[in-house]
Design a protein around this ligand. Structure first.
Ligand code: SF4
Ligand code: SF4
Length: 442
C-alpha cells in the first residue's frame, strides 16, 4: 500500500476544522508542502502542544506527505512567539537528517495567520487566486494534527482519537485526547463546570466557531476546541444575533467608513472582497448581481464583524446574505485575472492577536490549556458518517457485530469524495442510522 492508500484507509481528514479528506490532497503533485501550525484562533492550544510533544512523528508524517506529492520544499509555519516549540522542531529536523528538505518558518502573531491563503502567502510569497485553492500556486497545506495522523496511518493506525482544547471562563483550562464519538457534554465537564444553564459553548475558536444550539452532540474528527463563556459575555451576545436582527442593525448605521474592507485579509491579499460594498448593497437594496458576486470571496474569518467595524455592525452577515442568495441561483463569481498581488497597505493592516483578544473581551481567559491525560471511557460512542467534506460513509457493519478499536465501520462510496470511519472503542454495534453508527463498550 502506498501512502495515499494508507491515508485513505485511515480515514484522515483535515484536523484544522474543515474536514477535507486528506487523501484527495495527496493526489496532486506540488512544489511546496506546507504545515499549518499557526493556530491563530485565540485560546486554542492544540497544534502548538502537539508539535512540542510529538515533533518526530509530525515531522515524519509531514516529510512522507511532502515526498509523496513530489514537493521540493517542506515548510513548517508556526508563530515565532512559540520559541520553545520552534527550537524543538529545528533540533529534531536536524537530528532526523531532514534539514535539506524540512524548514521551520516563523509567522507573525496575527489573525488569521492560519487561513490557508494567508499561510501560503506568508510562507511562499505566492497569492492563491480568487475562488482558488493552494494547489493552483503549487502548494499542498496540511494541519499539524493531520501530519501526526499521517504518521500514524503509515504504521497502520486509523483516526479514532481527537485532540481538543477546552477554554474560556472556566475553572480548569486543558487540552485532551478523547475518543471520536464521545458525548460532548462529558468533554465539557472536564472544565470543572457541571451545570451549563448559564453558559454558552462555542464549537471551535472564538472567531469562526458558532454558538452550539445544544450540547447533545458527539465528538467528531473536526472538533478542535470548545470555548465556554457566560451567556452575558459580549462575544456570546454578538454571535447570538439572528439574521433579522443583523439586517435591522445593519440598515440603521453603516457610515461606509470602509474599515471592514481595509482590514479584510482577503482584500489585503489583493482579492476583490469588499464587505463595505455588500453593506451598501444590502442597505439600499441594490440589485446589481455582478457587484454582489464578490461576496463569494469571503473566507468567513469574522474579522470585519468582530473587530474592524467600530459601529458594531455585521458586515460578514451582509456577505453571507448575498453569498447564499447567489448560491441558490447557481451564480458564480469569475475572477477577471489569474495573478494577484498583495495590496501595499497589507503590512500596516495586519491585526495583532493581542489586540483581537482585548477587543473580544477574552484577555482574562488567554491562559495555558495544558495537555492533560484523562480517562474518557464512554459507554456508548456515536460515530458520525458525515464528519468530513463529501458524501456520508456507507456502514459496512451490522447490528450485533463485535468490533475492535480501530476497526473500519464505514467506507467511502465508490467514486465519491468522502472518508472512511472507524470505531474508537471495542464493543458491539447497537444502532445504525444514516448519520451515525452507535457502539456499546464491551
Ligand atoms: S460595516 Fe462598519 S466598518 Fe464597514 S463600512 Fe459600515 S460602518 Fe464602516
Ligand atoms: S469575514 Fe469579513 S474580514 Fe473575513 S474575509 Fe469575509 S469580509 Fe473579509
Amino acid at each position: 500500500m502506498n501512502l495515499l492508500d494508507m491515508v485513505r484507509e485511515a480515514g484522515i481528514v483535515g484536523a484544522g476544522g474543515a474536514g477535507f479528506p486528506t487523501h484527495v490532497k495527496l493526489i496532486s503533485k506540488a512544489e511546496y508542502i506546507l504545515l499549518n501550525g499557526a493556530e491563530c484562533e485565540p485560546l486554542l492550544r492544540v497544534d502548538q502542544q502537539l508539535m512540542e510533544l510529538f515533533p518526530d512523528e509530525i515531522i515524519k508524517g509531514f516529510e512522507a506527505a511532502g515526498k509523496f506529492v513530489g514537493a521540493n520544499k517542506a515548510l513548517i509555519g508556526i508563530k515565532g512567539k512559540h520559541k520553545k516549540v520552534v527550537s524543538i522542531l529545528r533540533d529534531r529536523i536536524k537530528a532526523l537528517g531532514l534539514e535539506d528538505f524540512v524548514k521551520v518558518r516563523e509567522l507573525p502573531d496575527v489573525y488569521p495567520a492560519g487561513d490557508e491563503q494567508v499561510l501560503v502567502y506568508e510562507l511562499t510569497g505566492r497569492v492563491v487566486p480568487e475562488t482558488g485553492i493552494p494547489i493552483q500556486v503549487g502548494c499542498v497545506v496540511l494541519n499539524s494534527e493531520t501530519a501526526l495522523n499521517i504518521y500514524y496511518a503509515s504504521i497502520n493506525k486509523s483516526v479514532t482519537q481527537k485532540y481538543i482544547t477546552i477554554a474560556g471562563d472556566i475553572p480548569k483550562r486543558l487540552t485532551v485526547k478523547v475518543p471520536v464519538g464521545t458525548p460532548i457534554i462529558d468533554v465539557l465537564r472536564l472544565s470543572g463546570i457541571e451545570n451549563f444553564d448559564n453558559y454558552a459553548v462555542i464549537d471551535g475558536g472564538p472567531m469562526m466557531g458558532p454558538i452550539m444550539s445544544n450540547l447533545d452532540g458527539y465528538v467528531t474528527k473536526k472538533n478542535k476546541g470548545f470555548i465556554i463563556l457566560k451567556k452575558d459575555h459580549h462575544l456570546v451576545k454578538k454571535k447570538s444575533v439572528t439574521s433579522e436582527q443583523a439586517r435591522r442593525v445593519n440598515k440603521s448605521s453603516c457610515e461606509q467608513c470602509r474599515m471592514c474592507t481595509d482590514m479584510c485579509p482577503r482584500y489585503l491579499l489583493g482579492h476583490e472582497m469588499q464587505p463595505h460594498k455588500m453593506m451598501n448593497a444590502l442597505n439600499y437594496s441594490l440589485d446589481d448581481v455582478e457587484a454582489q458576486k464578490i461576496a463569494q470571496l469571503c473566507c468567513q474569518c469574522n474579522l470585519c464583524e468582530l473587530f474592524s467595524c467600530q459601529a458594531n455592525l455585521h458586515p460578514k452577515f451582509a456577505n453571507m446574505y448575498f453569498k447564499d442568495k447567489l448560491a441558490e441561483q447557481n451564480i458564480r463569481y469569475k475572477p477577471k485575472k489569474s495573478e494577484f498581488k498583495v495590496r501595499k497597505s497589507r503590512e500596516y493592516r495586519l491585526l495583532l492577536t493581542k489586540h483581537l483578544i482585548a477587543r473580544l473581551g477574552l484577555y482574562n481567559f488567554d491562559k495555558p490549556a495544558p495537555m492533560t491525560e484523562v480517562e474518557m471511557k464512554p459507554e456508548l460512542v456515536y460515530i458520525s458518517t458525515t464528519q468530513h467534506v463529501g458524501v456520508p460513509a456507507i456502514p459496512i457493519v451490522s447490528i450485533g457485530d463485535h468490533v475492535e478499536i480501530g476497526q473500519q465501520i464505514g467506507k467511502i462510496p465508490e467514486g465519491s469524495l468522502g472518508a472512511n470511519i472507524h470505531t474508537s472503542i471495542s464493543g458491539n454495534i447497537v444502532q445504525i442510522e444514516k448519520d451515525f453508527i452507535v457502539i456499546r463498550r464491551g
